[in-house]
Design a protein around this ligand. Structure first.
Ligand code: ADP
Length: 326
C-alpha cells in the first residue's frame, strides 16, 4: 500500500448541518497525525476543475457552529462518466493527493465507491445527509438538526391547527426514507406519520381516516415523507378532498429550511467523532469504508453495504406513535 502523505476533503450532494464540523475534524485530526490536508471546493465538480486549496488548522477555525458547508457542494454529471472520473484522477495526481475523505449522502458515496475501485484509490466516506438513509450507521450527520427543526416548526403549526380545528399534512424531507417523518411525528406529538416504508403494505391514509383521527381532539397533524411512494402531502390532501370532503385539510411543505441552521450538539459531536475516525481509518489502512456509529461506537462500514442495503425503519417506533396518538 503506497504511503499516504496528503488527504483531500470534499463535500458533495445535498448539504447537511454538521458538515463543517466534519471538515474541521478531518482537517485537524489529519494535521495532528502529520498529514497535509487539502480542501476541494464544490464536490466532484471542483475535483475535476481543480478548485483545491491547502488547508491549515486556521482554515477551519470558527466553523463548527455553522450550517451548510464552507467547501460548498455541487452535483456533477461528469463524474458519473469514466472520462470525468479520469480527469478527477489526473487532478488528484497533479495535486499530490493520495487519499480522499468524501462527506455526503448515498449518491456521493456511490461515486466514491466507483472511483475507489476504478483507480484503486483510498477513500473514506462520512455519512452527511439529513435523511439518515445510509445503512450501517445509527445516525447520519445532519439528521438530528433537521429533526429538531421539524419539531420546532410543527410546534408552531400546531398553534394554528388547534385554533382552527383543522387537519394539517406537513411534508418533510427524507427522499425515500421515513426517519424524519416518523421521529419528527413522535417528537412533536403528531397524530401519525405517513412513510414510504409502510406505503406498500397498507393504505395509511385510509387507515387514519378509518380510525377517526384522534377522537379526543379536534385538530390533527400528520407528518408525510416527501417520497412519491407516499404521494407527498399535496397528493394526500387531494385524496382527502375527493374521498373525505368532511375534513378541512391544509398542507405545509417545510422544504429547504430543514437543511439549514446551526448544527445541534448531537450533530457537532457526531461529526467531530466521525471526522477524527476517518483519519484513524486511513492510518489503519482501511479503504472504501464509510464511518458509521452503532450503539455509540464508531464502526467501519464497507461502501458496498452502506449504499446497497436498505436501512430498515424501527417498527417499535411506529407502534409507539400509534399508542401515543389515541
Ligand atoms: P447525495 O450524496 O446527497 O445523495 P447526489 O445523489 O446528488 O447527492 O450525488 C452527488 C454526486 O455524486 C452526483 O452529482 C455525482 O457527481 C456523484 N454520483 C452520484 N451517483 C453516482 C454514480 N452512480 N457514479 C458516479 N458518481 C455518482
Amino acid at each position: 500500500m503506497a504511503e499516504i502523505k496528503c488527504i483531500g476533503i470534499l463535500t458533495s450532494g445535498g448539504d447537511a448541518p454538521g458538515m463543517n464540523a466534519a471538515i474541521r475534524a478531518v482537517t485537524r485530526a489529519g494535521i495532528f497525525s502529520g498529514f497535509a490536508v487539502k480542501g476541494i471546493y464544490r464536490g466532484y465538480r471542483g475535483l475535476i476543475t481543480d478548485e483545491i486549496v491547502d488547508f491549515k488548522t486556521q482554515n477551519v477555525s470558527n466553523i463548527i457552529q455553522m450550517g451548510g458547508t464552507i467547501l460548498k457542494t455541487a452535483r456533477c454529471k461528469e463524474f458519473t462518466t469514466p472520462e470525468g472520473r479520469q480527469l478527477a484522477y489526473d487532478v488528484l495526481k497533479r495535486e499530490g493527493i493520495d487519499a480522499l475523505v468524501v462527506i455526503g449522502g448515498d449518491g456521493s458515496l456511490t461515486g466514491a465507491r466507483i472511483f475507489a475501485n476504478e483507480f484503486n484509490f483510498p477513500i473514506v466516506g462520512l455519512p452527511g445527509t439529513i435523511d439518515n438513509d445510509l445503512y450501517g450507521t445509527d445516525k447520519t450527520i445532519g439528521y438530528d438538526t433537521a429533526l429538531n427543526t421539524i419539531m420546532q416548526c410543527v410546534d408552531k403549526i400546531r398553534d394554528t391547527a388547534t385554533s382552527h380545528e383543522r387537519l394539517f399534512f406537513i411534508e418533510v424531507m427524507g427522499r425515500d426514507a421515513g426517519f424524519l417523518a416518523l421521529n419528527g411525528a413522535i417528537a412533536s406529538g403528531a397524530e401519525a406519520a405517513i412513510i414510504p416504508e409502510i406505503s406498500t403494505e397498507v393504505d395509511q391514509l385510509a387507515e387514519l381516516i378509518k380510525n377517526g383521527f384522534r377522537k379526543s381532539k379536534n385538530s390533527s397533524i400528520v407528518l408525510v415523507a416527501e417520497s412519491p411512494i407516499t404521494g407527498g402531502a399535496m397528493g394526500l390532501a387531494e385524496r382527502v378532498k375527493n374521498e373525505f370532503p368532511q375534513y378541512d385539510v391544509r398542507v405545509t411543505i417545510l422544504g429547504h429550511l430543514q437543511r439549514g441552521g446551526s448544527p445541534t450538539a448531537v450533530d457537532r459531536i457526531l461529526a467531530s467523532r466521525m471526522g477524527a475516525a476517518a483519519i484513524d481509518a486511513l492510518l489503519e489502512d482501511q479503504r472504501n469504508v464509510m464511518i458509521g456509529i452503532a450503539n455509540d461506537e464508531i464502526v467501519y462500514v464497507p461502501f458496498s453495504k452502506a449504499i446497497k442495503n436498505e436501512k430498515p425503519i424501527n417498527r417499535d417506533l411506529l407502534n409507539t406513535l400509534r399508542r401515543l396518538s389515541i
